[in-house]
Design a protein around this ligand. Sequence first.
Ligand code: Q46
Ligand code: ZN
Ligand code: ZN
Length: 313
Amino acid sequence: MRCLKCRQPAAVEVRRHNAAYCAPHFLDYFQEQVRRAIKEHKMFAPRDRVLAAVSGGKDSLALWDVLLSLGYRASGLYIHLGIGEYSAQSQEKAEAFAQARGADLGIVNLPEEYGLSMGEIPRGRGRRSPCSACGLAKRYLFNRVAQERGFDVLATGHNLDDEAATLLGNLLHWQMGYLARQSPVLEEGPGLVKKVKPLCRLTEYETAAYAVLKGIDYIVDECPNAQGARSLLYKEALNLLEAASPGAKQSLYLGFLERGRPLFAAEERTALTECARCGQPTTAEVCAFCRLREGHRRHRRAVPAKAGTESGA
Ligand code: Q46
Ligand code: ZN
Ligand code: ZN
């Protein structure tokens, strides 16, 4: 295999484009795909302050790296989720990345600052799964911090595999509201900072290749809560399709953005108001994050009380 640009031995194959690149030309290709996503979807301008949501994994660190390499004013935000060793290690990776580049990294400690720990979310009927609670907490905190610290836009490391898997899940269950809002750019209204996904044209494999070629030290282990997640099943199904038909993921996702999504535009959105407790935007009187905290507090109070009753009986 030879590089499409210089005919030197190739380091990375991009089958869906029928191409392969040597290391320097792959990095050029990667940056070009990001530049194109930012421009095509009008994500942000060079003067904008961008907050990158950083988890310590390859996607978010590759995102932050490419934004800095392209000269954007990008800070990072890491949320310590309270998931044991995984959280400790991923925070170290994020901090080491920021320090090596002299980049600005904010940290929110969810257990210490909000009394919520994603390693201890109670399971059971009628309760949110740990990943649902975690996704909610992350969306809430990234938005709140971006807003409070005056950022113009919040960037996440979702790649083409993530977006295609989410789309497949939304299509399988005909989630009309989610389909209407699935986009690499979301500007949802007052109190909600614009959200963008600059890696949406790049696959997970390409993001990993970029991280390795740039010498980014990221956390390789998956979060222990990820096991059995539906999204992994959808990714596997899409990988099978991609292997048999290179370009399938891109065709599904980019085709949806161009031709499918406009068909869902009429889906109604519930109006937003301010949460009575924290002031963040919500569709209810009290936002889902405040309700999650309240439920967690109740659970904590109830569990020791119950244990005490049982041992005293
Ligand atoms: S961090 Fe959180 Fe993920 Fe872990 S608990 Fe689930 S959502 S899997 S990206
Ligand atoms: Zn080359
Ligand atoms: Zn609230």
